[in-house]
Design a protein around this ligand. Structure first.
Ligand SMILES: Cc1cc2nc3c(=O)[nH]c(=O)nc-3n(C[C@H](O)[C@H](O)[C@H](O)COP(=O)(O)OP(=O)(O)OC[C@H]3O[C@@H](n4cnc5c(N)ncnc54)[C@H](O)[C@@H]3O)c2cc1C
Length: 447
């Protein structure tokens, strides 16, 4: 089998590695126009901040690819012929395939603002974006970040790490309002305040102004304010990269449309990762998943189907994690940003504002736990996912909270305070914290 994979991100590379394991004789070619070798996109910010160098964010040594007979082509795929089963490359080469996987990822979204093509205005998605940002933020007096989501706060932290003052423009009333309940957003706000990031809420970008050399000199907000700056980061989200699929017979909508086997409408052509849009997502699932771990899961799943073992994609319990300056965040299952009928939530926050836990549960019946938000607490993925999958009642989860503590030997334990808080709110059914097994099966919790 000749397998061609367009995109060497986490999705394409996971698919390639899995196919290599399943079919030792397959001919596998990975095409990417970004870099020859795969790197960890999620770690880009640490290169800018000087914590890591580019070679450190390549998960595999350069010999790995040849050793595993994975051919790498640094080129753009510019067209595909589904009848002849070939992909045209920017080098003029026609690449024949028996199976083709589109793993083309995302591109930064833009809103067509006046001035967005000025020098010093950009999104952050790719390695060339990072290089551009490094060049254009050198010695600047202020950066403006547009968008209050995950990439927005990353950009603010990156600029802050180089001592560059930052202003963020956020359309909503609080940080990441589409995802975070106000209490969690307040904790993030505390991080922004402590790190001197100025945030203008309920404010959008109206226009970007340039100087005589075509470089950004200021932004104008919808509140009419002009903010002098020499760099603007656009972080209003990403959208599937359809540049190859769109001009072909492959059916697209917002993303490349796929069924549960990650097959497109065209025989032998598959799509997975950020670029794929599920025609019929499962209950409570979104059609387009733009996460690192879902890319990896989709890459692994589609590899099985490509190798003749049809495997439907099942994501399981939703999970995401991030870091807002010094505040770690994990979320599992369903934690709506706004109250939802039939769903209740228990929230605990440490007086320091550096640790918080929210557990959402069904208001009726057994109070089955549906979701968890953890800030400044590291929880065990498998424990939280199992509680949610089993619809475990809230009192049981609280009693067993210690089992989810990621590393009780190294992280402070807040379970007694959390349970005390719960018992104060619900005195009619007090919960007793169960003792938990620690490292090497020893009983380590005495509280
Ligand atoms: C700055 C940043 C931070 C992030 N942090 C997190 C995080 O903390 N946690 C998390 O879960 N997710 C995070 N994400 C999202 C995560 O990185 C993506 O979900 C993931 O990388 C998608 O993987 P992918 O393999 O589907 O696509 P990509 O990683 O986008 O890879 C696709 C590749 O295909 C190439 N390509 C596209 N079209 C062509 C073509 N026609 N020819 C040749 N090559 C082509 C692209 O250049 C790209 O290299 C972050 C994203 C960014 C940008």
């Amino acid at each position: 089998m000749r397998l061609v994979i367009i995109g060497n991100g986490i999705t394409g590379v996971t698919a390639a590695r899995t196919v290599r394991q399943l079919q030792p004789t397959a001919e596998i070619t990975l095409v990417s126009d970004e870099t020859t070798h795969h790197f960890s996109r999620t770690a880009l910010m640490y290169v800018y901040m000087g914590h890591l160098r580019y070679p450190d964010i390549k998960p595999y040594e350069d010999w790995f690819w040849r050793e595993n007979r994975l051919d790498l082509l640094h080129a753009t795929a510019t067209g595909l012929d589904a009848v002849a089963q070939t992909v045209r490359l920017s080098t003029g080469q026609q690449l024949p395939y028996d199976k083709l996987l589109l793993a083309t990822g995302s591109v930064s979204r833009s809103a067509g603002w006046p001035g967005q093509h000025l020098r010093g205005v950009q999104g952050l998605y790719s390695l060339p974006d990072l290089e551009k940002m490094t060049r254009d933020t050198h010695n600047i007096g202020r950066g403006v970040v547009v968008g209050g989501g995950l990439i927005g706060i990353e950009l603010a932290e990156m600029l802050h790490s180089r001592g560059i003052p930052v202003t963020m423009l956020v359309r909503e009333a609080h940080y990441w309002a589409s995802v975070l309940p106000p209490e969690e957003a307040n904790l993030v706000q505390q991080q922004l305040d402590e790190n001197h990031v100025e945030v203008r809420y309920r404010t959008e970008l109206r226009e970007i102004l340039g100087d005589a050399e075509g470089r950004v000199r200021a932004v104008v907000t919808t509140a009419g304010e002009e903010i002098a700056c020499q760099w603007v980061g656009l972080a209003i989200g990403v959208t599937p990269n359809l540049s190859l699929a769109q001009n072909s017979v492959v059916e697209t909508d917002r993303g490349i449309l796929v069924d549960e086997l990650l097959q497109t409408n065209v025989p032998h052509i598959f799509a997975a990762g950020d670029c794929a849009q599920h025609r019929r997502p499962g209950a409570g699932e979104v059609p387009i998943e733009q996460l690192w771990y879902t890319g990896r899961m989709q890459g692994e799943t589609v590899a099985h189907t490509i190798c003749g073992q049809p495997t439907p994609y099942r994501r399981g319990t939703w999970f995401n994690s991030a870091k807002f300056f010094h505040l770690e965040y994990q979320t599992y299952g369903q934690v709506p940003a706004q109250p939802v009928a039939g769903l209740d939530s228990f929230y605990w926050e440490h007086p320091s504002g550096r640790h918080a836990l929210r557990i959402t549960f069904e208001a009726a019946g057994d109070r089955a736990v549906l979701g968890v938000n953890a800030l400044g607490l590291r929880l065990r993925h498998e424990v939280c996912a199992a509680w949610i999958a089993a619809r475990t009642p809230l009192p049981t989860v609280l009693a067993q909270l210690g089992a989810a503590n990621f590393d009780p030997e190294f992280f402070r334990q807040h379970e007694p305070a959390i349970v005390r808080h719960f018992n104060g709110q619900f005195p009619q059914q007090p919960v007793a914290l169960q003792r938990r097994k620690g490292l090497f099966g020893m009983l380590s919790f005495k509280g």
